[in-house]
Design a protein around this ligand. Structure first.
Ligand code: LLP
Length: 420
């Protein structure tokens, strides 16, 4: 299914016109397609076939409760990176036994919360973290299930800000230090070694980096096996890319087939459960940001469309120079297309959503910023005391408001002037 497409020159989300959504909920509003989310997750399930695979949805991509709930109902596990994300999964009744807890800086309070909830595994990133987790688990009278996040020193070929598997990144335990860390984990009384994990980056559009990382993990798995440290699962992280423009990411089928093939050639490859932590590839292309053109303006030769969404709503262009397609919600043939920079009202030159796009536009028109399901609302802020956008999930002809637009008063409700 193509979740967003034109019918008689009007852009639809599933069977509902985006114009209707704007009329009902206002702008800026994030609009997601239920079917697109379910289908993207389902494709991973189909690609896994009868294999022992657990796809954990990386909440950080889009942590709206409705999205989490939808994926929990589809059988997803969850990859969390904070106590807050844990609370979100628990709030929708997601199973703690399907949660992996990633992240480079888990606090003691977060560890306690996760141990009490009974998460499936802690993806540990340093020897210090092992020691802390052992202590916290001991105090609670529990054993913490652990996996060590290994930094395989593989180049994922992606943007430097979202590449995580290189030696110079802050993430994971260096490949050549991993064996020693596993020995530490194995002798600590309140830890139980369960697996090994890595995550080499995000928006990866080739299969090879995943295979290179897998090979590095398998080397360690063999060395651990020789020492009598047995693992139950291999977690290859997330990172599968999506199409924003003309990228050609591998299909889920092709990626999984290549990984299974590699494992089948390893003596014990078939015996491990495989875990993944996909975020973007599940929700990225399931959403758009609906925004209205406030003003058209010309400075010299440069044309700007000033819209009511801004970098605080969608910061990927400002932060990563990211490219998102911009679609007119109603296609016009009554005026000539011009090249526009699509910019927001925030007082920064970095406040842009797209540059040099050829569009036929009038003030008041609606635009949809595409591929906005992942790392868009999740990274939104209140900069310039702007209320965060509403979020809507479309299901066929129905639209469900899954997050209200923030009320302005709530933006400063926690603040206090000094006493007079
Ligand atoms: N697991 C770990 C440990 C991660 O750090 C991440 C993402 C994922 C899984 C999920 O990766 P995905 O499948 O979504 O690529 N804000 C950036 C992306 C940051 C990704 C951070 N880590 C962006 O907007 O492109």
């Amino acid at each position: 299914m193509i979740p967003f497409q034109y019918r008689q020159h009007a852009l639809f989300a599933e069977d509902l016109a985006l114009e209707e959504i704007a009329a009902r909920f206002g702008t800026p509003t994030y609009v997601y397609s239920r079917r697109a989310i379910v289908d993207a997750f389902g494709e991973f399930r189909r690609a896994a076939g009868a294999r022992n695979v657990r796809v954990c949805y990386a909440l950080k991509a889009n942590s709206n409760l409705a999205v989490i709930d939808l994926l929990a109902r589809e059988g997803a596990g969850f990859d969390i990176v904070s106590g807050g994300e844990l609370q979100r999964v628990l709030a929708v009744g997601g199973a703690p036994s399907r949660i992996v807890f990633s992240g480079v800086g888990k606090s003691e309070a977060e560890m306690r919360m996760a141990l009490e909830a009974g998460v499936r595994c802690f993806n540990v990133e340093s020897e210090s973290e092992l020691l802390r987790l052992d202590r916290v688990a001991g105090a609670l009278g529990r054993r913490a299930p652990v996996s060590l996040r290994v930094n395989p020193d593989v180049d994922a070929g992606t943007h430097p800000y979202i590449s995580t598997g290189l030696r110079e990144n802050k993430f994971g335990i260096a490949h050549d230090a991993a064996l020693a860390a596993y020995r530490t984990a194995a002798r600590l009384p309140n830890l139980e070694v369960q697996g090994i994990d890595c995550h080499i980056g995000s928006q990866i559009t080739a299969i090879e980096p995943f295979l290179a990382a897998l090979d590095k993990l398998l080397e360690l798995v063999d060395a651990l096996h020789a020492e009598g440290i047995a693992l139950r699962h291999l977690d290859l992280g997330g990172g599968l890319g999506i199409r924003y423009d003309d990228e050609q990411p591998p299909s889920r089928q092709a990626l999984f087939a290549a990984i299974f093939d590699r494992l089948d050639r390893h003596p014990r490859g078939g015996s491990y459960e495989l875990v993944f932590e996909f975020g973007r590839s599940i929700v990225g292309n399931a959403g758009v940001l609906l925004t209205r053109v406030e003003y058209l303006k010309r400075n010299g030769e440069h044309r700007f469309a000033i819209v009511d969404a801004a970098m605080n709503d969608l910061m990927r262009p400002a932060l990563y120079d990211a490219w998102h397609a911009v679609l007119p919600v109603r296609q016009r043939d009554d005026m000539a297309a011009q090249h526009y920079d699509i910019v927001g009202p925030v007082c920064e030159s970095g406040d842009w959503l797209a540059r040099g796009r050829r569009l036929a536009l009038a003030e008041g028109d609606l635009l949809a910023i595409a591929s906005a399901g992942a790392y868009c609302m999740a990274m939104a802020s209140n900069y310039n005391t702007r209320a965060r956008a509403a979020e809507v999930i479309v299901d066929g002809r129905d639209a469900h408001l899954v997050r209200e637009r923030e009320a302005l008063a709530s933006l400063f409700a926690l603040e206090r002037p000094l006493p007079r």
